[in-house]
Design a protein. Structure first.
Length: 685
């Protein structure tokens, strides 16, 4: 007798045999498609996340395409605005088509390109098929050149053309083409000499009409990949960070939005595009921090703006010292009148006095004794801040509340948001929130302030952030800058993460600026503004504020985070004119308005760094050379590749409007920190 195991094995064998004998009519259609499509790029995690572009930019797509045998493969790149359900490959359904071309004979690597002109979602895919007509035409020409009789082949071609005419006939506007194709079919098989019939076969016009009605029933297609298209401000802009509460004439009280508006013309005159404000909400009093981060505040100390919430309100309220919501809107309108956009800080955390602490204690983490946990970054303690628990039992209610906060400010005209410490919140929350914010207004630009591990920063960018802070502040030597920006501006990186280079922040005063004086500030300005299409400074940079709280600290002395500051914008040593000149150069030269063409050049002095950027159409080339040593004169030679040994060319320094005549690849430069820290050359070859 057979055991149960034997019976099960026999049953399984029978099932396998049945499957092996399945009729061919049940074979899935994709198995009949002859072209293989692999390695479609750009894509992020095989299409899990969209790539990034801004309006007016291009998407260069590559793919590996090949088929069995030696037939001719044809491929097109399809793209369309919107994010829709996939439809038939032959339907119109909004798709545009661009021919793809083989990169090199025998490589199986194909390339195509499309432009994006509309804000929001865009999608693309690759479609490829074996083209019977082009294969036939190639083979006929090869045989004829070898004196092989091609009479039968020409008849075969005539049948193919007639078949295509039948497809054209089924299309309302294709009937004229159908008649024309039938005439060509007759010409391929009539009694005229073979050379004349070969001319008909080789006609480019015939190939074009045949391509118009090609049979794509067995075409292969890639997955659909997505692009999120931002407005141009996401790609290019100069940011200026200011504390409006320091704008008043009286250093013992908060400045108001109306007083801060009086500073906007000066910021606009410096050529900035964005004025960024730290949190403008009511500030808690419980455990309020004092000056220089003292654990106990003195009377009159305003506290940290990031300790959000008091009896005056939470994330949708304005600190009473600054004014009202209407005052903020008036400030924003004045900024826009001057050509500035206002960016707000989005800090999802609360002071112990925030209304949510009493209304929704379940949104916070609790200690065993029932108290709410305050923020920590051991050994640092932030008793004035309660983190939110993004995975609490009522996470849906919390997430919805934070979406409503964001929508509140978007409704009041805020289209740029700088997000505080997003890496300390659930990644899935950002993907969810950003998608919904963009559904409300696709013009919103979100900057991720996540100084953390590179893979975490990259994942936040994948989740939807338009821009990201970088490690630029801590990259000061030539080798550090070259290595970092070579990786940062690679195509695969820029498809995901757009860098925003802040030279300083309220939290970061690097030792280079502390010790280097005005020459260090000039060097970092030139680097930030020309290495990055997006860059920023925090107020005080223009007057070369470099006083640290203590040796070895990156905290500012008398930091605006904890007190009002009265700035002297004209104090000796300021670099306001240089900032204005640099920003004007950025606005005039397209080469500096994107990051993907950044190329570093050889120098024979490690203290001198040189690099160039080129406009997309090649019409504008900017060469920047910077002395990284703020203390000593440095000189040496810079190599400009591609120049013949005796070729003369001009470089025009856009900083001081002086023109130099250079010869050959290597040319001499000299920098004295008391006179100049760098060149921004327009190269004229």
């Amino acid at each position: 007798m057979k055991s149960d195991v034997d019976n099960r094995r026999s049953s399984a064998d029978t099932e396998h045999s049945r499957r092996a004998l399945t009729p061919a009519t049940e074979i899935p259609a994709p198995l009949t498609r002859r072209v293989v499509i692999e390695n479609v790029m750009p894509s992020v995690d095989a299409g899990r996340f969209p790539i990034k572009r801004a309006v007016g930019e291009s998407v260069a797509v590559t793919a590996d395409l090949f088929a069995d045998g030696h037939d001719v493969v044809v491929a097109v790149l399809r793209d369309r605005e919107g994010q829709q359900e996939r439809e038939g490959l032959d339907g119109q359904d909004g798709w545009r088509e661009t021919p793809m071309a083989l990169v090199a004979p025998g490589s199986d690597a194909w390339a195509g390109r499309f432009d994006v002109h509309e804000l929001g979602w865009h999608e693309y895919l690759v479609v490829a098929w074996v083209d019977r007509f082009l294969t036939w035409r190639r083979d006929v020409q090869v045989k004829a050149a070898a004196d092989v009789d091609v009479s039968l082949e020409l008849l075969e071609g005539a049948l193919m053309v007639r078949e295509t005419a039948g497809r054209a006939e089924q299309i309302g506007n294709g009937r004229a083409d159908a008649r024309w194709l039938l005439d060509r079919a007759d010409a391929l098989c009539d009694a005229t000499p073979i050379p004349h019939r070969l001319d008909v076969a080789a006609s480019d016009e015939l190939a074009a009409v045949m391509a118009r009605y090609v049979d794509r029933a067995h075409a292969s297609s890639s997955d659909v990949f997505r692009v999120w298209v931002d407005r141009p401000r996401a790609r290019f802009g100069a940011w200026y960070e200011m504390f409006p509460r320091s704008a008043g004439p009286d250093p013992t009280r908060s400045g108001t939005f109306r007083e801060a508006a009086a500073l906007l013309p000066a910021i606009a005159d410096l050529g900035f595009d964005v004025v960024y404000l730290p949190p403008i909400h009511p500030i808690g009093t419980t455990h309020r921090k004092g000056r220089n981060n003292a654990p106990v505040a003195e009377p009159g100390d305003p506290g940290s703006p990031w300790a959000i919430g008091s009896a005056a309100g939470g994330h949708t309220a304005v600190d009473p010292g600054l004014g009202t919501i209407d005052d903020f809107v008036a400030f924003r309108c004045e900024a826009e009148r001057l050509g500035l956009e206002v960016a707000l800080d989005l800090a999802f955390q609360c002071s112990p006095d925030h209304p949510w602490v009493g209304e929704h204690p379940e949104w916070f983490r609790h200690r065993p004794d029932g108290t709410i946990k305050y923020a920590e970054n051991p050994p640092k303690k932030y008793q004035d801040v309660y983190p939110l628990d993004f995975g609490c039992d009522d996470w849906r209610g919390l997430w919805q509340a934070l979406l409503e906060v964001t929508a509140f400010w978007v409704a009041r005209g805020v289209k740029i948001l700088r997000v505080d410490n997003p890496h300390t919140k659930t990644f899935g929350f950002w993907e969810w929130l950003i998608e919904r914010v963009h559904a409300i207004d696709p013009e919103v630009v979100l900057l991720s302030e996540a100084f953390t591990r590179p893979k975490v920063m990259r994942y936040l960018a994948k989740a939807g952030f338009s821009q990201s802070y970088t490690y630029f502040t801590w990259r000061n030597t030539k080798s550090e800058l070259v290595d970092y920006f070579t990786a940062l501006t690679a195509d695969a990186s820029l498809d995901v993460l757009r860098p925003n280079l802040f030279a300083n922040t309220p939290d970061i005063l690097h030792a280079y600026l502390q010790r280097g004086g005005p020459p260090a500030f000039r060097a970092r300005l030139l680097l930030a503004a020309t290495l990055g299409a997006n860059y920023g400074i925090y107020s005080g940079f223009e007057v070369c504020e470099g006083r640290a709280l203590a040796p070895g600290s990156e905290e500012y002395a008398d930091s605006e985070k904890y007190q009002y500051r009265k700035w002297d914008w004209e104090r000796p040593g300021h670099i306001r004119e240089l900032i204005s000149r640099v920003n004007a150069i950025r606005h005039r030269h397209a080469a500096l308005q994107a990051d993907h063409t950044l190329t570093f050049h050889d120098t024979d002095n490690a203290a001198i760094i040189a690099y160039s950027k080129t406009a997309p159409d090649g019409s504008d080339r900017i060469l920047t050379i910077v002395n990284l040593d703020p203390h000593h004169m440095q000189h040496g030679h810079v190599r400009v590749p591609g120049i013949a040994a005796d070729q003369q060319f001009l470089v025009h320094d856009l900083l001081d409007d002086v023109e130099y005549e250079w010869r050959g690849e290597w040319n001499y430069v000299r920098f004295d920190p008391d006179i100049r820290q760098g060149h921004i050359f327009e190269v004229r070859i």
